[in-house]
Structure formats: C-alpha cells, structure tokens
Design a protein around this ligand. Structure first.
Ligand SMILES: C[S@@+](CC[C@H](N)C(=O)[O-])C[C@H]1O[C@@H](n2cnc3c(N)ncnc32)[C@H](O)[C@@H]1O
Length: 368
C-alpha cells in the first residue's frame, strides 16, 4: 500500500473509508491529538422501546455497532489503536470514550499496548435518556480515557487554562454536560435525528482546550457527524476525520463548512484558545542583561546593603572565586541557598532595585 507522506494534504479533510485501512496511510508521528469515539458493541436487541409519551425510542442498534463476538471487537480495537500509536507524535495525547459496554475492554487493550494512562474522566449527562422499563439505574454517564504513548511523554496539559475556565479551581475528572440536543443535534432531510450518538460540542471543546495548542492537528478515526472537526475549526485547530458512512460524511462536511472560527478579538474565549494562561515566559539570563546594557552595575547588594562584585560573565566574584547569583547567597546567609533573583539588588542613585524586577521589566520593588 502506498503511504501518504504529506500530512498537510490530509489537514481539514474527511476521508471516506474504513479506519482500519485509512489509518495505515497516515504518516507516523504526524498528529498532536487523537480523539476516538469508536463503536460500543452494545449488543442491543431488535426489541422496540417506548418513551413515556408512547413514542418509539431509537437507541443504538446501528450496523456500525455490530460485531460477531468480543474477540472480533477486541481484534478490531487492537488494530486501530496500534495504528494510532504509530501516527501520534511522541508527546501527543489520545482520548477514547465509551460506555460500560466497551470502556473496560478499551482500557485493558490500551494498557496491554503499553500506552500510559493520564486520567479517566466521567462525563455525567445532566439530561440522560430515562430507563424506560424501570429495570435498572438510569445510565447517566460515559467514560473517557486520556492516555499517552509512554510514561516519559511530555504531553500538553493546559492546566491554568482549565483552572481559569473552572472559576479558578482545579478542574476535576467528573464533567457535567447535557447530551447533544436542540439546534446542535443534526437532523436528516426528514427531520429525524441523523446520528444516534452525536457528541456534545462542549465535551470536545474541553478536551481540545485542555490537551492541544492552537494549530495542532487532531485525528478522529470514527468521525460520525464531525463534532471533532467542527470544534477544532472553531478553536483554530486542524482536524483529520475518517468515517465509513457516506451520509455522515456529507452532513459533517456541510456542518464544518458552516462553522466560524472564533475571532481574535472575541475576548471571551481567545485567551483560552491560545492557551495564554499556560504559556511559559522565559526571562533573560543575567549575562544577557549585562550584554544588553540592562544591568549597568559593578556591584550587587543584599537587603542589608552588603556588597558583592558582579563580573562581566554574570558571576559574583568573592576572593577570586566565581559563584552564580544563587550560589553566592550561601556565603552571605550562613549556607542557606536562596533564589538570587529575589535576593540581589542594584543601586541606582540612592535606591536599591531588585534584579528580578529588572529582568521582568515590571514595577520595581526598591528600598532606600
Ligand atoms: C460512536 S460514533 C461517533 C460519533 C461522533 N463522535 C459524533 O459526534 O458524531 C462511531 C462512528 O464510527 C463509524 N465507524 C464505525 N466503524 C468504522 C470503521 N471501521 N471505519 C470508519 N468509520 C467507522 C460509524 O459510522 C459511526 O459514525
């Protein structure tokens, strides 16, 4: 089989076909995130269920959810997950979701393939489908597993973005969202629900904002109605979808075409989209401050106004020995190692200004 080596040609496209075949054509280590909402193998019978109002309830009894046995389902799962491991970048993340029918099988296979699990998430449905016959608890959750290629993976987690979206409290692993309904739910030309398992955009929004950066590539091998693609476009990410049902592909293309990306001047979400809260600011080293003439001094002072010689290499010289600004604090504080940036001041006229404030260019804490 000819390998498609240019990932850029696949960007923002839906591939019509069988994932097991199409995944093989995607280059190795080429995508940043994979989101998979695979068949559940629910094994629901053909029996008809009725809603309380007497209308028929259409559950998941689709052809795409049918497998001959658990063995067949597990083989299918192993195959697509093995391809996903090859396609994912080393520091990328994968999310899979499912119900009790399949999530334990997925978890077992994920660990057997030596992926490393980061979290399992419970999506609590605030408006679940009732248990019409009253025979057991209402199924009101689905589960998601977030995992990476290895324990050493340096995956993206926009921790502060998540915290900011959660009233400044750490985001937890139980997420509450309604199931997809109303205007968001795609209808076919006869006004019927197009897809039995269309996922809410809010769910994808959280996954994408938490574990990707702007312009990342997100692959969804079971694309359905294209929820992943729609949210990726809205949040300035790229997507690649695979779906074997031509009808779903047609509707998904139309849906994504109509999505508008959030504008850069939309202050309600743009900082989250750009993971602004999680950007690491790299401040200049002391040697660079000296070279750039931002630290015009021969001496540094501590808060007791004790003086130390700063050489042109950015080191403190004491008795012809050189020390880093941090190490030198031990000599002044009876062996206590302190952060030199918050310890040393420079003297400008009669004022002492903290060197940390100078490198950060912020309002300067000073004393006289
Ligand atoms: C659970 S649904 C995904 C729904 C999707 N997340 C959404 O929000 O619309 C699974 C989808 O995978 C598709 N599918 C199942 N087996 C497939 C295969 N071997 N290759 C490609 N698509 C497949 C089905 O047609 C179905 O649309």
């Amino acid at each position: 089989m000819k390998m498609n080596t240019d990932i850029n040609k696949l960007k923002n496209k839906i591939i019509l076909g069988d994932s097991l075949k199409e995944l093989k054509k995607i280059p190795s280590k080429s995508v940043d995130l994979i989101f998979a909402d695979p068949p559940y193998f629910m094994q629901t019978g053909a029996g008809i269920l009725y809603r309380i109002d007497g209308n028929k309830y259409k559950g998941v009894n689709d052809e795409w959810d049918k497998f001959g046995s658990y063995k067949e389902y597990d083989n299918f799962t192993k195959k697509w997950l093995t391809q996903c491991k090859r396609i994912l970048k080393d520091n990328g993340s994968i999310w899979v979701m499912g119900t009790f029918h399949n999530i334990y099988r997925l978890g077992y296979i994920i660990q057997n393939l030596n992926f490393w699990v980061i979290n399992d998430i419970t999506w609590e449905k605030t408006n679940p489908t009732p248990n019409f016959r009253g025979t057991k608890f209402v199924n009101s959750n689905e589960n998601l597993i977030w995992f990476v290629k290895s324990k050493n993976s340096k995956f993206t987690f926009n921790y502060k973005t998540m915290k900011n979206l959660n009233d400044n409290k750490q985001m937890r692993s139980v997420w509450k969202f309604p199931i997809c309904s109303g205007k968001e739910r795609l209808k076919d030309h006869d006004g019927n629900k197009l897809h039995n398992t269309q996922k809410p955009e809010k769910l994808l929004e959280r996954i994408i904002l938490a574990t990707t950066k702007r312009n990342d590539i997100i692959l969804d091998p079971f694309f359905g109605t294209g929820t992943t693609g729609a949210v990726a476009k809205k949040l300035h990410r790229n997507f690649i979808g695979i779906e074997n049902n031509i009808e779903y592909v047609k509707y998904a293309n139309e849906r994504i075409h109509n999505v508008k990306s959030i504008q850069d001047d939309d202050y309600s979400l743009i900082d989250h989209i750009n993971s602004k809260f999680d950007q690491k600011i790299i401040y200049p080293k002391i040697i660079n401050l000296i070279k750039e003439n931002k630290l015009k001094t021969k001496y540094l002072y501590n808060s007791r106004k004790e003086k130390a010689l700063l050489n042109l290499e950015g080191k403190i010289e004491i008795n012809k020995n050189e020390y880093s600004i941090h190490k030198a604090t031990e000599l002044f504080e009876n062996g206590r190692y302190l952060n030199g940036w918050r310890y040393w001041y420079i003297k400008i006229e009669d004022n002492y200004i903290l060197i940390d404030d100078i490198r950060k260019g912020i309002n300067q804490s000073e004393f006289k």
